[in-house]
Ligand binder design. Structure first.
Ligand code: SF4
Length: 90
């Protein structure tokens, strides 16, 4: 691809967001492959849930979906979710 063509695609947004990872925080994304590997579920496992996990990155409000440090690129993690990488907050 010629440099001029590449720049046009990036500046028009046709290629920029997916190529550069510039998807805004309001744009939801899921890491389905890693979710499957880690057996992620949208419900707790007993008392273990994402809100009590050291890897959880909360959303704006306590009930908003958040992110997870071991599920890169996923912004749809339920506060009540759980996966096998659970690590209780210290
Ligand atoms: Fe939730 Fe698993 Fe991430 Fe912990 S590691 S926040 S349990 S998805």
């Amino acid at each position: 691809m010629q440099r001029r063509t590449w720049l046009r695609l990036v500046t028009t947004g046709a290629l920029g967001a997916p190529l550069l990872g510039l998807a805004g925080p309001a744009q939801a994304a899921r890491n389905d492959a890693l979710r499957t590997t880690l057996k992620y579920q949208d419900k707790p496992n007993g008392n273990d849930r994402c809100t009590t996990c050291a890897h959880f990155v909360p959303g704006k409000a306590p009930t908003d979906k958040g992110a997870c440090r071991v599920l890169p690129g996923d912004t749809e993690i339920s506060p009540a979710g759980y996966c096998v990488a659970f690590m209780k907050k210290g």
